[in-house]
Write a protein that binds this ligand. Structure first.
Ligand code: APR
Length: 169
């Protein structure tokens, strides 16, 4: 059985098999969680991203974690919120599915997600949390290598929203 949990704090401190980065299509680094992950991992992470070249919205790629306590970083690109009628829920769900699939392909046992798209990309938090929890639950089957999935929330509001979503659905 895969355990789902909510953690409040900085994703770069987590010692898991992979942390997920809310990246952009160019994999060029940025602010928010992307900036935090790149500065904690060191410049080798940007080099690894450059050699991959890019990642379309809704897909995911994997690199080592370099100086991070987590062994790997899974970079996924969430949708920019444009009002909800431009395929945003499907694209956000695809980020979680693709990341889980990549983790399983690599035989990983633990993964931590930030709240993808809910910062700079403007996705409403409650709606994003519902997509995240539902998609992760559906993506994980009995044969999954994943023993633990962590929803990492940077602030208390997000922590409460994710906790309530996890408990109510
Ligand atoms: N640990 C965990 N979560 C964090 C951290 C951190 N260190 N820093 C920020 N967050 C949270 C934010 O509070 C937000 O809830 O991550 C969530 C996602 O916010 P963003 O990082 O802004 O990501 P997103 O909305 O997907 O926008 C992606 O922003 O930084 C750029 O390069 C990135 O262009 C891309 C865009």
């Amino acid at each position: 059985m895969t355990e789902l949990e909510v953690f409040e704090g900085d994703i770069t401190t987590l010692k898991v098999d992979a942390i997920v980065n809310a990246a952009n299509e160019a994999l060029a680094g940025g602010g928010g969680v992307d900036g935090a992950i790149h500065s904690a991992a060191g410049p080798e992470l940007l080099q690894a991203c450059r050699s991959i070249g890019g990642c379309p919205t809704g897909e995911a790629v994997i690199t080592p974690g370099f100086k991070l306590p987590s062994a790997n970083v899974i970079h996924t690109v969430g949708p920019i919120w444009r009002g909800g009628q431009s395929g945003e829920p499907e694209l956000l769900a695809s980020c979680y599915r693709a990341s889980i699939q990549l983790a399983e392909t690599h035989g990983l046992r633990s993964i931590a997600f930030p709240s993808i798209s809910t910062g700079v990309y403007g996705y409403p938090l409650e709606e994003a949390a519902a997509v995240a929890v539902r998609t992760v639950r559906n993506a994980i089957n009995k044969a999954s290598t994943l023993e633990k999935v962590i929803f990492c929330c940077y602030d208390h509001r997000a922590f409460n929203v994710y906790r309530e979503t996890l408990n109510s659905k």
